[in-house]
Design a protein around this ligand. Structure first.
Ligand code: PHE
Length: 435
């Protein structure tokens, strides 16, 4: 089966390559979130960094992790091709985890650098290959990204629980090594089942039909559309990344519970896992009735869910959380609603970038989507600084306000985004008819 990724046009079946990428990314995210779960503790308890120093390193690391995909995407587009970029990236990450486990400072920084470079090469390009699998069957692409996204969250949900077990029983080095082990599984899956990816993992040649079909003016219009989408995305993640920050302080200081505050962070990925099938089903159900919301509308739904979640938190503040403690239910439900927002927006975003980007810049623009996360994450920290400067309810309302403004912007941009997508669709249909 040499080109198994070529499903017959309009098939309802997902290409088998999707499941290869699902497990590749599940184990990669497992390794990434294992390490993220214990990174701050390691710096604080083992390397004896002050909390401020921890914050600095932690913030710069995340910014680096989500900025480097820009470089990784570009390298895959123009030099390496997607397959080699993922393999090299995965190997660097595996090495990074091992180096990190050597309990000394120079190794620590070398490990972080390897990890950021590795994930810069791997993460955006795995996503790009997912989209490429659907060149022949674009109608199923959003659903495919939803399934892929579940793999991400299964890894994100399990890893904090298991890595904690490794750390408590065997120490830091073994815990970091367990992340390296996960990366080895990820690579083995990707390399071992490469044949199911077909040509989706190759480079888009300059002279290919696909690349020639896009005029420079059209390419510019598409890039501008994506830049608008990136602005929306950055604001979404600004709100989202309150999870590890102000929402965790809220869990510690303003809820009636003895559960460790960071454990609440497992709720959101679990919500994504449990609710994704529901969304996939709902979108398909609507699609069959020709009523599936367009991609910008799905993004708007995502922004509104998150605004709703922060609205709930503002309410929780007003009824007592501002000055004392309230039921954990508020936070639990807010996380569940945030999960719904993430399901509506984030896989859509990946899918949209893949579809709309001019073919020769797919990797680069996928990197741009990640930069929007890096900016959002950075801004979440800056905004979070207001947590102690105003009542919590007002802080949450501030976040709602920022999301509301973004929602309005998105509504204004929707016609232009839809026009771009319509042109891309027409081009895709023409290409299919010709082949
Ligand atoms: N939870 C997602 C992940 O780790 C967040 C994310 C979305 C990151 C899109 C990058 C791009 O994959």
């Amino acid at each position: 089966m040499p080109t198994a990724s070529r499903a017959p046009a309009a098939s309802r079946r997902h290409p088998p390559g999707l499941y290869v990428l699902f497990f590749t990314e599940l184990w990669e995210r497992y390794s990434f979130y294992s390490m993220m779960a214990i990174l701050a503790l390691y710096m604080n308890e083992k390397l004896h960094f002050s909390v401020a120093h921890v914050g600095q390193v932690y913030g710069s690391y995340i910014a680096g992790v989500y900025f480097l995909p820009l470089v990784g995407g570009f390298l895959a587009d123009r030099v390496l091709g997607f397959y080699r970029a993922v393999v090299i990236g995965g190997a660097l990450m595996m090495l990074g985890h091992l180096v990190l486990g050597v309990e000394s400072l120079p190794f620590f920084y070398a490990g972080l650098t390897l990890l950021a470079c590795g994930s810069g090469l791997l993460k955006p390009n795995v996503s790009t290959i997912v989209g490429n699998l659907y060149r022949d069957n674009p109608g199923l692409r959003d659903a495919g990204f939803n399934i892929f996204y579940m793999g991400i969250n299964i890894g994100a949900f399990i890893s904090p629980l298991t890595v904690s077990w490794f750390r408590i029983h065997y120490g830091w080095s073994v815990a970091f090594a367990s992340a390296a082990g996960a990366m080895l599984i990820s690579l083995a899956v990707f390399i071992g089942f490469r044949r199911y990816l077909g040509d989706a993992a190759g480079k888009v040649a300059e002279t290919s039909r696909e690349a020639r079909a896009v005029s420079p003016a059209e390419a510019r219009a598409r890039v501008i559309t994506l830049l608008m989408v990136f602005v929306i995305s950055a604001v979404f993640w600004l709100a989202f990344y309150q999870n590890g920050f102000t929402l965790t302080f809220w869990a510690r200081d303003n809820t009636l519970t003895s559960i460790a505050p960071e454990k609440f962070q497992a709720i959101e990925p679990l919500g994504v896992i449990l609710l994704s099938p529901l969304f996939v089903w709902a979108w398909m159900w609507l699609q069959r009735r020709n009523a599936e919301p367009s991609t910008p509308v799905k993004m708007l739904i995502g922004v509104l869910f998150v605004a709703g979640a922060f609205g709930m938190m503002a309410w929780a503040g007003l009824i007592g959380g501002d000055t004392g403690r309230v039921s954990v239910q508020w936070l639990v439900w807010a996380y569940i609603v945030i999960a719904m927002g993430e399901i509506a927006l984030s896989p859509m975003g990946l899918s949209l970038v893949n579809r709309v980007a001019p073919p020769r810049s797919r990797g680069l623009l996928m990197g741009g989507w990640f930069v929007s996360l890096s900016i959002g994450g950075y801004l979440s920290g800056s905004i979070g600084a207001y947590w102690t400067r105003m009542p919590h309810s007002r802080f949450f309302l501030l976040v709602v306000g920022i999301l509301a403004v973004t929602g309005v912007l998105l509504v204004l941009m929707t016609p232009s985004i839809k026009r771009t997508i319509a042109r891309v669709d027409a081009e895709e249909r023409a290409a299919l008819a010709e082949s």
